[in-house]
Design a protein around this ligand. Structure first.
Ligand code: MEV
Length: 380
């Protein structure tokens, strides 16, 4: 959406689906949303393809991210999530919208060496430049674009003596990078095993992409939070209390984080990304302190409710389904997503938005009222 039209869509939800689609296609211009994935395209993506499964594609309105209007495509089967995201984005907009950032696309492949004798780590470290050269040699295109190996981390005796774990850290630029780093890891493992004097074990990326974090924050003024029978300040304090509950109790944190992933997964699915990888990384990140906790934090700052979300976000806009699926390409075009960092930033904003909407509802009238109204819509 390069013309930067507003993401405010008043009355959009009252149009019928065909009229909404016309409006989105007008914004997209040539090519529009496209016809969706064909059986032939599906066949080129997975094995034993026999069809494609439809899932509703909606558009969340009102998002303002780093001062820019963004429409958020969301593929999701659950009623109320698209409305919740739009509603939360409208509230956040009152405080200037979301501020978001993303780290460079550094993804690590793990190479496990077993039966490594004492002194292995130093011997492997001494071969560092050869290891980097070999790994980069498998990805000339990536290296030509400025990506490739950025670090080699050696972790000794992980879990048990004799196990050496290497992290080959690669700048994947605009790719999610799983295939690239897995290829690199397999290429360098014989070299590392020889240098270590042990034998190669597993060679695969880690989904705990803690070098590839994305972060979003927002400050929602109290007056934007008020709702039937509840002052904005009361809702804000209820959200803070709910966030504390999630920080204290893993049972609550799991549900709290599910509400975060409602926004993230819906965007990633619309954009043809591996949302399971992001889920795995997010949940592992949520447990990094030794106990599973909340991905978001909510505090009161003056007369506003401040929210923050920071988590691993390994996503891509080149390669895989992000390129193969024409609807995914249209969705990224709609949201103005051109780089992996664009998608990573928007994903954490979407997650913070759906979390905010859920906590506001839970901390005031309860989730069922609005939620059930939308379920009713479906049943009519
Ligand atoms: C439902 O999809 C998500 C919620 O359960 C999230 C939460 O409880 O915070 C409403």
């Amino acid at each position: 959406m390069k013309d930067k039209e507003t993401s405010r869509l008043p009355g959009f939800h009252r149009l019928d689906a065909a009229a909404r689609r016309r409006e989105i296609e007008r914004r997209l211009g040539e090519g529009g949303l496209g016809a969706g994935l064909s059986l032939e395209q599906a066949d080129a993506m997975i094995e034993n393809a026999v069809g494609v499964v439809g899932i509703p594609l909606g558009v969340a309105a009102n998002f303002l991210v780093n001062g820019e209007d963004v429409l958020v495509p969301m593929a999701i089967e659950e009623p109320s999530v698209v409305a919740a995201a739009s509603n939360a984005a409208r509230m956040a907009r009152e405080g200037g919208g979301f501020v978001a950032g993303a780290d460079p696309a550094h993804t690590a492949a793990q190479i496990e060496i077993l039966d490594a004798p004492a002194g292995s780590a130093a011997r492997v470290a001494a071969r560092r430049s050869e290891i980097e050269r070999t790994a980069n040699g498998t990805q000339p295109e990536l290296v030509g674009l400025g990506g490739g190996v950025v670090d080699l981390e050696i972790r000794e005796a992980v879990g048990r003596p004799g196990r050496l774990v290497m992290h080959l850290v690669v700048d994947c630029l605009d790719a999610m990078g799983a295939n690239m780093v897995n290829t690199m890891a397999e290429a360098v493992s014989p070299l590392i095993a020889r240098a270590a004097g042990g034998r190669a074990g597993l060679r695969i990326l880690t989904n705990l992409a803690d070098r590839r974090l994305a972060r979003a924050s927002c400050a929602v003024p109290f007056e934007a939070l008020g709702r039937r029978g509840f002052s904005g300040e009361r809702v804000a304090r209820a959200v803070v209390s709910a966030a504390e509950f999630a920080a204290d109790d893993p049972y609550r944190a799991a549900t709290h984080n599910k509400g975060v992933f409602n926004g993230i997964d819906a965007l990633l699915l619309a954009c043809g990304n591996d949302w399971r990888a992001v889920e795995a990384g997010g949940h592992a990140w949520a447990a990094r302190g030794g106990r599973y906790g909340s991905l978001t934090a909510w505090t009161i700052e003056g007369e506003a409710l401040r929210g923050e979300l920071e988590m691993p976000m390994a996503v891509g806009v080149v390669g895989g389904a992000a390129r193969a699926n024409p609807t995914a390409r249209s969705c990224m075009r709609l949201a103005g997503i051109e780089t992996a960092a664009d998608l990573a930033r928007l994903a954490v904003c979407a997650g913070l938005a759906t979390n905010l909407a859920a906590l506001c509802a839970l901390g005031s009238e309860g989730i069922q009222r609005g939620h059930m109204r939308l379920h009713g819509r479906r049943d009519r």
